[in-house]
Write a protein that binds this ligand. Structure first.
Ligand code: SAM
Length: 243
């Protein structure tokens, strides 16, 4: 029997399970395997199509109404890890309709209460329409979720440049090509011992080649482990004092 660590009101748990279900159904319709979607694969397919004049624009249009939510078990693990670390400042790269964000908000609400520290979930989304819908789901959850989130709308390479607290955890759930530039933007604000979680690093390894090379270079001071969730979930601990 599987168990979930997530403590939340019944209406929030119900909403989360509905949103995960819709996300999986959507992904099955657009992925070649009928399973998970990898941004680098979808983009490559569009580039291969002769009809696609601007593959990047076609990709953005295709994704506009898609959740592509982080898998439920990975969301639960992230929630558990935030609790274990007592993390209160979290950056989420790639918010979409805000499913994983709900877990992050629930988790920091608990760690803030337990530690008395301040904290925030900094969420990021470049698509206005997606941001509106994310805010709607957070409002459905209620103030215990809504009040924990600072949603920065626009290109995260700009919106994360300023006003970052000392970051305890960075969740990279973004198109793979953006992941390294995002890490480099947040890195100066990362606390020793901060964790970077990156989704789909086994199946999406090709798209993540530059990020993984950066994380594995000894001079960048990350301790890495690929957690055996479906398609991989990379956990990288920042240890600058061991440089
Ligand atoms: C995989 S989805 C995030 C899913 C979300 N974490 C969840 O679990 O519900 C990635 C999101 O990143 C957004 N995105 C892509 N490029 C971006 C950029 N440059 N700045 C901010 N958001 C971006 C996309 O619009 C998309 O909604």
């Amino acid at each position: 029997m599987s168990s979930s660590p997530v403590i939340a009101a019944p209406h929030i748990l119900k909403l989360l399970s509905q949103l995960h279900q819709i996300s999986l159904e959507q992904e099955a319709t657009i992925s070649k395997t009928g399973k998970k979607v990898f941004s680098s694969d979808v983009l490559r397919d569009l580039e291969d199509k002769k009809s696609a004049k601007e593959p990047k624009d076609d990709f953005d249009r295709l994704m506009l109404d898609k959740f592509i939510a982080l898998d439920e078990d990975k969301c639960q693990f992230t929630y558990q890890l935030i609790n274990a670390k007592g993390a209160t400042n979290v950056v989420e790269a790639g918010t979409s309709f805000g499913v994983s964000t709900i877990y992050l908000a629930l988790a920091i609400a608990r760690t803030k209460a337990a530690t008395g520290k301040s904290g925030v979930v900094i969420a990021t989304e470049k698509e206005k329409e997606k941001a509106v819908i994310a805010r709607k789901y957070w409002a459905q959850c209620g103030p215990e979720v809504e009040q924990e989130i600072d949603l920065r709308e626009g290109d995260l390479l700009e919106t994360l440049k300023t006003d970052l607290p000392e970051v305890d955890l960075l969740l990279l759930d973004i198109w793979s090509a953006l992941s390294l530039p995002t890490l480099k933007t947040v890195l100066p604000r990362m606390r020793p011992g901060a964790v970077v979680l990156t989704d789909n690093t086994i199946s999406g390894a090709k798209g993540y080649a530059d990020l993984l090379a950066f994380l594995q270079a000894p001079e960048n001071a990350f301790q890495n482990m690929t957690l055996p969730f479906t398609n991989g979930f990379e956990m990288s601990v920042y240890r600058p004092e061991q440089k």
